[in-house]
Design a protein around this ligand. Sequence first.
Ligand code: SF4
Length: 216
Amino acid sequence: MRPWSYSRLSCYESCPLQYQYRYVEALPSPRPSSAAASRGSDIHELCEAYLKDELKMYPPEIQKVSSHAMMLKTKKAIPEQRLAVNDKWEPAEWDDKDVYMRGIIDVIYTEDGVVHVQDWKTGQIYDSHKDQLSSYVAIAAAHHPEAKEYRVRAIYIDQGVVSVPVTTTSDRVKPIRLLLDGRIQAAEADTIFPTRSGSACKWCDYSRKFNGPCSF
Ligand code: SF4
């Protein structure tokens, strides 16, 4: 089950059976790749290229958040940083054998003792994005223990909105990690992987709608 990532954990929590298909049995998805998913990854690549200075101008696809993107460039923000931790929440290398949790941070930079963690988002605004960013704080803090605060924002490309910053002081990182540990322990103790049909079925790769093995 390890290494965990936010998407892996949220897959488990939305439906353990879906998790079993994807991560335990590693069943290939019978669902054709969607235009929205391809667009999302293309835009992420463009944003990465822009922050790496491989593009002179911001890509037109992010016009609505261009001023924010330009600000990130002036801060020399690092794109797509891969960070991992072991189960003591200590820094680990991405491919270490004992990696507990990993995350690819879309945007990260440090300024005045504050570590800024941001995530490009295409599509709709979901409440779960706050939880995802909080998990990134738990991981990033291991690699930046000197920081006094961690500040997260989601950059909603389609809406032209950058979310209000949420700040976690260094003393509040431990409770976030304890909550994640509890969620991970619950997932790791599961040997049944029960069906949890519901809203997740609509997008599930393994649903009957996509000719998958699940009867929902
Ligand atoms: S279709 Fe629904 S119940 Fe079946 S695996 Fe997917 S999310 Fe779970």
